[in-house]
Design a protein around this ligand. Structure first.
Ligand code: MG
Length: 388
């Protein structure tokens, strides 16, 4: 048993990419697009060897790409032919003396192939002569002529084919020899012609093919860890309420027995007010006064949860999600500690997030200032959001 070999096809010229340099040699991090493909395959424990098929004009570029690889699993490259199919067949013939059981044929312009995907394709070859990664089609498909729609094509049962495409070695080599003059765009097509079973495993959107400059920018961003599909937002809120006569304080949605009450237009929940401002701040939607003016009698005596829920609604409309919140209550009394868990649970419940994402802390000001003199209570809140 000689196991599984990988054949990385990188002989193409990539007309749609433009520029002087073939796209597979464009830089990606400290390597190149092709270099990323090679390193993933050689690191995979089930891959016995890796052979690249390159263009004979690219020897210097290839050498520069692999100069840091000392792994003996990387075999010397072979040169491709006039067509993709000739290149693949040349690559297959070049490893036939190693008698592989199976071969994975990968496109050198898909640098984000994962270990998991490689494993999935190899596993699927236990029950089929061929296996490829496929992605369901989610967009509605239109068949058009001269920029005019002729009809809508059903997307049921349609998949987008990716690589690596895996095959039983002898069968795919034979198919390539027999169909050398076909002009297929992938290798599974040959098995389809012969009626040989090819399984489809779950592909990955991450495993995209770099074809255009836009794809390359996406790849560079992804490699740099800049997830272009979203961003992190932070918001800050601060609030103060004066104490007056009363027997309880509403704090972070909980009634805390006390010998005073906080004075305010609503229920004067200083914690939820700071939180509301932080939530609105993170999405640039003004502050609590913008949305709930004290001049509006509707909010008189209002439960401050209403304000938080409105801010949450605006966040949800913007496709943002709360990562975590952190509230600090500032007062000499009452003691917050005994109520902290209840407050965290209440706030987590209002926001519909796990309690582990909610922090509530308390501090005094060492007797200094208005809160130190017990004239009122203050709160600060910080919110972190992920906006898709
Ligand atoms: Mg307030």
């Amino acid at each position: 048993m000689a196991g599984c070999y990988a054949l990385i096809v990188a002989a193409g010229r990539g007309q749609r990419f433009g520029g002087e340099m073939p796209k597979q040699y464009a830089p990606l991090g400290d390597s190149t697009i092709l270099g990323k493909c090679i390193s993933t395959f050689i690191a995979h424990p089930d891959i016995g060897g890796v052979r690249c098929v390159i263009n004979k004009d690219d020897v210097n570029l290839y050498d520069a790409t692999v100069k840091s690889f000392s792994e003996p699993k990387l075999l010397p490259p072979v040169f491709g032919g006039e067509t993709r199919q000739q290149s693949v067949l040349g690559g297959l013939e070049s490893i036939s003396s190693l008698s592989p059981d199976t071969v994975l044929i990968h496109d050198g312009a898909r640098p984000f192939v994962s270990d998991e995907l490689i494993s999935d394709v190899i596993s699927a070859l236990e029950n089929a002569s061929g296996a490829i990664p496929g992605l369901a089609v989610v967009d509605t498909l239109k068949e058009c002529f001269d920029d005019t729609i002729k009809k809508t094509v059903s997307r049921n049962n349609l998949f987008r084919a990716q690589t690596p495409q895996g095959f039983h070695f002898n069968e795919i080599t034979k198919a390539h020899r027999n169909f050398i003059n076909n002009n297929e765009t992938d290798d599974a097509s040959l098995f389809e012609e012969l009626g040989i079973k090819v399984s489809v495993v779950n592909g990955s959107e991450e495993n995209f093919k770099i074809t255009t400059q836009d794809d390359y920018i996406r790849a560079q961003n992804k490699f740099a860890g800049n997830d272009v599909r979203g961003e992190t937002r932070t918001g800050f809120g601060f609030d103060v309420h004066r104490f007056g006569a009363g027997s309880a304080l509403r704090l972070c949605g909980i009634d805390v027995p006390f010998n005073k009450a906080a004075i305010g237009h609503s229920d004067a929940d200083v914690g939820l007010h700071a939180l509301t401002d932080a939530l609105l701040g993170a999405i640039g939607e003004g502050d609590i006064g913008t949305h709930f003016p004290p001049s509006d009698q509707r909010w008189k005596g209002s439960n401050s949860e209403v304000f938080v829920l409105r801010a949450l609604e605006l966040i949800t409309e913007k496709n943002a999600k709360i990562t975590n919140i952190d509230i600090t209550l500032v007062c000499e009394a009452p003691k917050i500690g005994p109520y902290r868990d209840q407050m965290r649970a209440r706030v987590a419940s209002i926001l519909g997030i796990d309690v582990s994402r909610v922090s509530i802390k308390a501090t005094t000001t060492e007797g200094l200032g208005a809160t130190g003199r017990g004239e009122g209570i203050a709160a600060q809140a910080v919110v972190c959001l992920f906006m898709a």
